[in-house]
Each structure stands twice: as structure tokens, then as C-alpha cells.
Design a protein around this ligand. Structure first.
Ligand code: FMN
Length: 329
């Protein structure tokens, strides 16, 4: 039965179609310590789909957490065991995704309106594994956006045994807004997350939503236990370059962008030799040089050519050469 609590000051958010195993490998090259999340995988996909493909990850990725989408306690318990057996370090239940597809499967954010079901789900997951079971929630759903509702939902999660709660600090509208709009339109409300931490001091709270700079990350530790970064870490992965040193006290030197790119090139070569298409790998490094001289050229060269059969890993070396000069070749 899950008992553990692990405090991760920084984590990379689960992002469908973005945080695949290649992206997580890249992020691990940048921070050896940040907690990495998989994309959301539904219980249905794990039970009826290409299970081994969904569960696959690189051994270098630890610590890595799998996010599950589902609402059937038995199925969640079954999938939780599979995930633990595959060596994942943590298990997370998605209670914050508002997409139509997710709602029709009765999971994600709409579950924030069904406390009893969520309690049964979390209890079943915790009962079936020893790794930590965490939940990712919103601060409200539709008109159910009072602090009292959020407090009651959080109480239920804590009572069910959840020791870490990730809070995307904006509410979700279940209809009328696309998932993308639901990440932008409802206003961010960090003080509500801080209030939760004050009201449930022994539970770990991870704040998520709208964090764009390392300074913003550091400011949050006064109020919460951890920070989860999504889009900013995807578009500008070097954002986390100092995470090991500043947040975990590591004494290793901060890697340069160029060093990270070369290490990822080794990975690309290895993956391409196993038949993975170059553009599936290269798309994750398009933002590595964001803000640097040559960044646009780097991005353009790769995005315009990586899908062509005539190109292999040498395209990335070429782009690096044009970006960083001869040191990169
Ligand atoms: C492309 C994309 C896919 C996402 N997929 C998921 C998902 O599978 N599960 C989930 O809980 N949140 C998902 N999210 C939401 C993020 O995890 C995060 O909560 C949100 O982007 C807010 O954080 P940010 O402002 O740091 O990006 C996704 C976000 C994006 C941009």
C-alpha cells in the first residue's frame, strides 16, 4: 500500500503529444533531478491498447511519474499495478483535463464534481501499489469554483490518502472553451493554492500554471512545496539548466546548451538507428537555443528538413554548426 511521500521541488508537467519518452530524455539531460511526467495515458489504452508502447521509457528518465486518466477504481487499481511493475517512481491521477474526449470518458476535470468516485479511485490506487499516488487538480470547475468546494475536494483527497496534490491554479470550464483556451482564459489564482497549503500543512502542494522564468519558480517555495512547469519548459527547455544546482544543491557545473544538444544528438543517432523518425526526436530541441543568437536559424533548419527522408542525424549537427559555429561540429 502506497505510503511514501517524495518532495520534488520541480517537475515537468504531463503534456499530451509533447512529453513523450524522447522529450523526457532531453529534459533529463538538462536536469538530472526534476520529476518528469508522462503524457496522460487512459486506463482503456493500457488495458486494451498497445500496453508495452505506452509503458515504455528510457532507464535514464528516473524519477518518472506516469499520469493515468480513468474513473473506474478496479481498472485504475489494475493499471496502477502495471505501472509500478514497470518501475515508475510515482503515479498520478488526472483530475484537471477539461477536453471533450476526456469528459465523454468520465475522467479528468469533470471528476472534481464527483467526490465519492474520486475517493474510491484514489483509495483503490493507493491500496494496490507502494509508490506514491498523487493527484493533479484545478482550483474549480464551471460554477463550482468557491474555495469551500475546493477545500472539500482537497479534504476528500487527503482523507483518501493522497499526500501530494498538484494544483493547476485556474478553474476549468467544461463547455465553451477548448483545452487550449482552458489553459489561457480562466485567470491564474496562486493565492488560492497558497491558502490550501496553509489549510493542509502536512500535505505537499505543487503549484502549476503560468510559470515562465526561473525566478518565478524560486519565488513559489515561500508558499508551496513544489512547482510544476509545462509550456515554458517545452518551448524553452534551457529554463531548467540551473535546477540541479539551485534547487537540489548539486555541485556539478551547469551544462551549456551546446553540450546538451551534443548529448541529445547521441541519443538521436541511437534512436534513428532503431528506426525512429528524425522529426519525432528533433522537434523537442527546437527551442533549446531560445533567446540566443542563431536560434531562429537552428529552429528553421530543423523544422523545414527533419521530416525529409534524405536527412538523418547529421541535420542536427549541421544546424548546430550554423548556430554555435565550429565548436559544435
Ligand atoms: C500540449 C499540452 C498537452 C497537455 N496534456 C496534459 C495531460 O495529458 N495531462 C494533464 O494533466 N495536463 C495536460 N496539460 C496541461 C499541463 O500539464 C499544465 O497543467 C498546463 O499547461 C499549465 O501549466 P503551464 O502554464 O506551465 O503550461 C497539457 C498542456 C499542453 C500545453
Amino acid at each position: 500500500m502506497s505510503e511514501q511521500t517524495i518532495n520534488h521541488p520541480i517537475s515537468i508537467a504531463p503534456m499530451l503529444k509533447w512529453t513523450d519518452l524522447h522529450h523526457r530524455y532531453l529534459m533529463r539531460l538538462i536536469s538530472s533531478r526534476a520529476l518528469l511526467y508522462t503524457e496522460m495515458i487512459t486506463t482503456g489504452a493500457l488495458i486494451h491498447g498497445e500496453r508495452e508502447r505506452y509503458l515504455a521509457y528510457n532507464s535514464e528518465e528516473h524519477p518518472v511519474s506516469m499520469q493515468l486518466g480513468g474513473s473506474d477504481p478496479e481498472q485504475l487499481a489494475f493499471c496502477s499495478k502495471l505501472i509500478e511493475q514497470h518501475g515508475y517512481d510515482e503515479l498520478n491521477l488526472n483530475l484537471g483535463c477539461p477536453s471533450d474526449r476526456v469528459q465523454s470518458g468520465q475522467f479528468g476535470a469533470c471528476l472534481m464534481l464527483d467526490h465519492q468516485r474520486v475517493k474510491a479511485c484514489i483509495e483503490a490506487m493507493i491500496e494496490s501499489v507502494d509508490i506514491p499516488v498523487t493527484a493533479k487538480i484545478r482550483i474549480g470547475v464551471d460554477e463550482h469554483d468557491s474555495y469551500e468546494h475546493l477545500h472539500a475536494f482537497t479534504s476528500m483527497l487527503v482523507e483518501a490518502g493522497c499526500k501530494t496534490i498538484i494544483v493547476h491554479a485556474r478553474k476549468a470550464w467544461l463547455s465553451g472553451l477548448s483545452p487550449k483556451e482552458n489553459r489561457e482564459v480562466p485567470p491564474l489564482d496562486y493565492p488560492t493554492v497558497y491558502r490550501l497549503k496553509r489549510d493542509f500543512p502536512t500535505t505537499l502542494f505543487v503549484l502549476n500554471g503560468g510559470i515562465e522564468t526561473f525566478e518565478q519558480i524560486e519565488q513559489q517555495y515561500e508558499h508551496v512545496d513544489g512547482v510544476m512547469v509545462g509550456r515554458a519548459a517545452y518551448h524553452n527547455p534551457y529554463l531548467l539548466a540551473q535546477a540541479d544546482q539551485k534547487l537540489y544543491g548539486e555541485t556539478t557545473p551547469v551544462k551549456s546548451r551546446h553540450q546538451i544538444a551534443l548529448e541529445y544528438c547521441n541519443y538521436i543517432e541511437h534512436q534513428c538507428s532503431k528506426g525512429v523518425r528524425l522529426n519525432k526526436l528533433s522537434r523537442h530541441i527546437l527551442g533549446l537555443f531560445q533567446g540566443e543568437k542563431g536560434a531562429k536559424r537552428f529552429r528553421r533548419l530543423i523544422s523545414e528538413n527533419a521530416h525529409k527522408d534524405s536527412y538523418g542525424p547529421e541535420l542536427i549537427y549541421k544546424a548546430l554548426y550554423f548556430t554555435c559555429g565550429e565548436q559544435a561540429a
